[in-house]
Design a binder for this molecule. Structure first.
Ligand SMILES: [Zn+2]
Length: 309
C-alpha cells in the first residue's frame, strides 16, 4: 500500500491520510473544521456533540477513482438564547447535503450528461475513473434544471421533442431561450404533461415550438396568454421541404430552365392578362349592387406555410 502526504479536496477540510487499496482505488481520509459555526445565531462552538462519516466520490487520480472518507462533526450551540441545540458542519464548497459525490464531480456529471446523454455519459465517466450510472446522470440533469428554474423567472421557452431512444421513445425538452439552457425534461410527449408544466410556470410570455399540433394544444391549455411562435429550425425545415416538393413536381434538377423559351413567353403573357383581369374585377367590385354577398376576410386565400396555426 502506497501513501501520499498532501491532498486538496477543498477548503475547510483537513487531510488525515491517503492510501491506494489493493483494487487500485484511492481512499482519502479527511476531517472537517475544528470549530463549528451555528447556522442560526452565527456563534462559534468547540463543544463537539458527535461525529458522522460521509463517503464522497472525488476526481480521479492517475486514472484511478478516488473516494473521500470525510469525518463531519456535530456541534452543540453554546449560546443560551439560540433555539438550535445542535448542528452539523455544512461544507457547502465540498458537497451538497446528502450528496454521494463532491460538487466538482457533480459539475462534470452534469456537463457530460448535457453533451452526451445517459448511456454514452455513463461509458465516458467509467473510462475517466468516475463511474456513475446513467440514472444518476439523468437525475443530475433534473437537479440542475430545477436549480436553474428556481434561480430565475422564466419568460421565453422553446418546447420540442427529446429522444430517450431514437425512433422508439420520446420525451419533451424545455429550454430557456433567454439563458440558452435546458430547464426541464418531461418523461413523455403529451398534451397533458406539457400543459401542466406550462400551468406551473405562469411567468411564461412566449412559447417557441414546432408546427406539430400537440405543443400548440398544450400551450393553448397551459399558457393561453402566451404568444406562440414557430422556431427558426422548423421554419427553415418547412421551407426546404416546400422547395423540394415543388422541384419534384417540376422534374429533376438538371441546371437547365424548366420551361422552354416559348413557354416562358406564354407564361409572361398569361400573368399580364391575369393582372389586368384582377384589376378589372376590383374596379367592377366598387360598383356592385348593395345586396351582394361579402366573402369573409381571408376567404379564398391559399394557406400560408409561414403562419403558425
Ligand atoms: Zn446557535
Amino acid at each position: 500500500m502506497r501513501t501520499k502526504s498532501k491532498w486538496s479536496p477543498g477548503p475547510g477540510v483537513k487531510i488525515l491520510g491517503v492510501a491506494l487499496t489493493g483494487d487500485d482505488r484511492w481512499i482519502v481520509s479527511a476531517a472537517g473544521s475544528a470549530i463549528g459555526i451555528c447556522p442560526d445565531c452565527g456563534r462559534r462552538s468547540r463543544r463537539r456533540h458527535g461525529w458522522s462519516r460521509r463517503s464522497l466520490r472525488d476526481l480521479p487520480v492517475q486514472g484511478q477513482s478516488a473516494t473521500v472518507k470525510l469525518l463531519v462533526s456535530r456541534w452543540r450551540c453554546a449560546h443560551g438564547e439560540c433555539a438550535r441545540r445542535t448542528f452539523t458542519d455544512r461544507l457547502p464548497t465540498i458537497a451538497a447535503p446528502y450528496a454521494r459525490r463532491t460538487r466538482r464531480v457533480g459539475e462534470i456529471v452534469g456537463l457530460l450528461g448535457h453533451s452526451a446523454g445517459g448511456r454514452p455519459g455513463e461509458r465516458l465517466m467509467e473510462r475517466l475513473g468516475m463511474p456513475v450510472s446513467d440514472d444518476t446522470i439523468l437525475r443530475q440533469l433534473t437537479r440542475d434544471a430545477a436549480a436553474a428554474q428556481r434561480s430565475s423567472e422564466i419568460r421565453v421557452v422553446d418546447i420540442d421533442d427529446w429522444s430517450w431512444r431514437r425512433a422508439t421513445s420520446y420525451g419533451t425538452i424545455i429550454v430557456d431561450l433567454e439563458r440558452r439552457s435546458v430547464i426541464d425534461i418531461l418523461d413523455d410527449r403529451s398534451v397533458e404533461s406539457a400543459a401542466k408544466w406550462l400551468r406551473d410556470h405562469p411567468s411564461i410570455e412566449v412559447v417557441s415550438r414546432d408546427r406539430c399540433g400537440l405543443y400548440a394544444q398544450a400551450t393553448r391549455e397551459g399558457a393561453p396568454k402566451a404568444k406562440q411562435v414557430a422556431d427558426r429550425f422548423h421554419l427553415v425545415q418547412n421551407l426546404r421541404s416546400a422547395i423540394e416538393e415543388q422541384m419534384s413536381l417540376s422534374g429533376r434538377v438538371t441546371g437547365r430552365a424548366i420551361l422552354s423559351e416559348d413557354a416562358i413567353v406564354d407564361a409572361a403573357t398569361h400573368r399580364r392578362r391575369a393582372r389586368l383581369s384582377h384589376r378589372q374585377s376590383r374596379q367592377s367590385e366598387t360598383c356592385r349592387p348593395a345586396n351582394a354577398v361579402s366573402l369573409p376576410p381571408g376567404f379564398g386565400r391559399p394557406p400560408s406555410w409561414r403562419q403558425t396555426p
